[in-house]
Design a protein around this ligand. Structure first.
Ligand code: KIV
Length: 277
């Protein structure tokens, strides 16, 4: 049964942790649904782990729509959140139009966008239009270069204070959840205590109301680098590479395909076609 926004608030109230995972295509969405994840994130991290860019900045609305549709087909019973890509929400009007497309055309249940209190007016307009929004503060990859790179945020007094302000502003703007990325566990714990919306951490410690990981990180499908907050739960790459290597060998040695992979035709038809041997 697909969860709804009130279910996530209830989970926070009842201290039931929310398990969120990214998916970008039909098979990984299907796996996530079979494994009972509460929420799937079609993250713009797909730019890095699926499309091979160095950052999430080049990801387009078309990319997000294309992948959200595939995820929706793979996980019809799971709540899907889709990231709004970089520069798809610079003004209220543009944000409304793009978020509307992700929900109506893509089939997402909610959108996620990066940014703190300065984005509150945009978030408010979206939520008032009936679009559920997940906020994202701390390390915000779309603007990582402004933050000095992919670095932990909120370690000094001013930036920790700003994170608290951001979380409250997002709550007031009506978000249904806040993603906290790469911030000290103690700051995440305080935010989680102070706001009434669920917090979903990635590199933000165990006191958040939920956790999110990138599926390519947790299954070792992406190995260009591994952030400190990633735990490996499976090692898919060697299995995949070994399988492909074996296929190449068997094709070259003519061991694949075997007779069990062939389609037959009756002797009679063959005779009609080519005559008797
Ligand atoms: O794009 C993404 O996968 C994300 C997570 C890292 C939270 O935003």
């Amino acid at each position: 049964m697909r969860k709804t926004v009130p279910d996530f608030f209830k989970m926070k109230d009842e201290h039931e942790r929310i398990a969120m995972l990214t998916s970008y295509d039909y098979p990984t969405a299907h796996w996530a649904e079979e494994a009972n994840v509460d929420m799937i994130l079609v993250g713009d991290s797909l730019g890095m782990v699926v499309l091979g860019y160095d950052t999430t900045v080049p990801v387009t609305m078309d990319d997000m729509l294309h992948h959200t549709k595939a995820v929706r087909r793979g996980a019809p019973q799971t709540f899907v959140v889709t990231d709004m890509p970089f520069m798809s929400y610079p003004t209220i009007d543009i944000a409304l139009s793009n978020a509307g497309r992700l929900i109506k055309e893509g089939g997402a249940d909610a959108v996620k966008l990066e940014g703190g209190e300065s984005y509150a007016p945009i978030i408010k307009a979206l939520t008032q239009a009936g679009i559920p929004v997940v906020g994202h503060i701390g390390l915000t990859p779309q603007t990582a270069s402004q933050l000095g790179g992919f670095k932990v945020q909120g370690r000094d007094f001013e930036s920790a204070k700003q994170l608290m302000r951001d979380a409250h502003a997002l709550e007031e703007a009506g978000v249904m959840a806040i993603t906290l990325e790469a911030i000290p566990a103690e700051v995440a714990r305080r935010i989680t205590q102070e706001v009434n919306v669920p917090t979903i951490g990635i590199g933000a410690g165990k006191e958040c109301d939920g956790q999110v990981l990138v599926i390519h990180d947790m299954l070792s499908m992406f190995d260009r680098f591994k952030p400190k907050f990633v735990k490996t739960y499976g090692n898919v790459k060697p299995i995949a590479v070994e399988g492909i290597r074996q296929y190449v060998i068997e094709v070259k040695e003519q061991r694949f395909p075997g007779s069990e992979h062939e389609f037959s035709i009756s002797e009679e038809v063959i005779e009609k076609l080519y005559g008797k041997d």
